[in-house]
Design a protein around this ligand. Structure first.
Ligand code: P6P
Length: 340
């Protein structure tokens, strides 16, 4: 069992021992954690607060915004803009980037986030979460533009999420494995509960929205069909299915006990590569999966090697237990080579 130390002490020791976390990045991560704590308090109020229900507006994705989506976004902006560690931020809830105002010092990092992922679950009391990703601002030019954010996921220097469930738990990587911290509400601190998280390479549990089955491409249909055939089929074992419709919750389960999470391209919107967003959903979650010994693919390549061309671009997502992700990718390769 990991020693029960605070997030602050963990980050200081990682900074001191491994030099992995420069002072400004440590400050950034502590500020994000404090913002997540604040969001957790708002989420946990539920109907007792005045933040439930729709905000009566749509975000850049054309999705109905919940009041808590907007509150969470504002909390993250206000917490991070004055510290001097960031040059700019980008959010699922904002069309363009948010450049740190001139009244504050500019830092060397770029922060991207989905402030409240899975927000359709807010009104029915199902776990939701904040997802964040940190890049270094390119130093070869002054100022900051949207183009500075368009870096491959492999360039991330920190990534994580905070899940607001029965516990509020922050999950983080800076490239040296995955650590988990649960909020101790009495102390008001995130306390280390697990470090060096490892995902089993095999699983008996898949996570996909089965209602989209008729729209899937052949590789996904083949993979799921083989799982459904159970021990009499080619997999020789029975599978279980989970779909919470909250990526943070599904990913957290996989980090804790293995599994494969899939939101693949389907023919409902054939011109879109997928539903989930690359920069602030697939990249941070994909890095966490790889840092925990799992894998993350869009079916054709490693998600972290996808070269972004737009801030809010979407991507097909297959991530989790390494051997399962590799099996799905193999099925795609077989289809691609048959086409060739
Ligand atoms: P569906 C939540 O809206 C989200 O972006 C992810 O958190 C989740 O995995 C997915 O969409 C659920 O999508 O189509 O099953 O409602």
């Amino acid at each position: 069992m990991s020693k029960r130390i605070s997030l602050t002490r963990y980050l200081v020791e990682q900074q001191r021992v491994d030099g992995l976390i420069p002072g400004q990045l440590r400050l950034l991560l502590e500020v994000v954690a404090r913002a997540c704590k604040r969001i957790s308090f708002e989420v946990n109020k539920g109907a007792l607060g005045d933040a439930m229900g729709s905000a009566g507006s749509e975000n850049v994705q054309g999705e109905v915004q919940k009041k808590l989506d907007i509150i969470a976004n504002e909390v993250l902006i206000e917490a991070n803009e004055w510290g001097g560690h960031l040059a700019a931020m980008a959010s699922e809830e904002m069309e363009g980037i948010y450049i740190v105002p001139n009244r504050y010092p500019q830092g060397e990092y770029l922060l991207m986030f989905d402030p409240l992922d899975g927000s359709s679950n807010i009104d029915v009391n199902v776990s939701i979460g904040t997802i964040f990703s940190v890049l270094e601002k390119p130093q070869d030019h002054p100022g900051v533009t949207e183009a500075d954010f368009l870096q491959q996921g492999a360039k991330q220097v920190a990534a994580g999420y905070c899940i607001y469930g029965p516990q509020t738990t922050l999950v983080l990587t800076v490239g040296d494995g995955v650590a988990m911290f649960t909020l101790d509400r009495e102390q008001g601190s995130f306390i280390l509960i697990e470090e060096n998280v490892k995902i089993p390479e095999d699983t008996k549990e898949f996570s996909i929205n089965m209602s989209n089955m008729r729209h899937w491409d052949p590789s996904i249909k083949r993979y799921i069909d083989e799982c459904l055939q159970g021990e009499e089929g080619p997999r020789g074992k029975n599978f279980n299915m989970r779909w919470i419709a909250s990526m943070v919750a599904d990913v957290h389960r996989i980090l804790c006990r293995g599994g494969i999470f899939m939101y693949p391209w389907d023919k409902r919107e054939p011109n879109k590569p997928g539903k989930l967003r690359l920069m602030y959903e697939a990249n941070p979650m994909g890095w966490l999966m790889e840092q925990a010994g799992g894998a993350a693919s869009n079916g054709h390549q490693r998600i972290l090697e996808v070269q972004p061309t737009q801030l809010h671009e979407r991507v097909s997502v297959i991530m989790g237990s390494k051997n399962e992700v590799e099996r799905v990718a193999r099925y795609y390769t077989e289809v691609d080579s048959n086409k060739a």
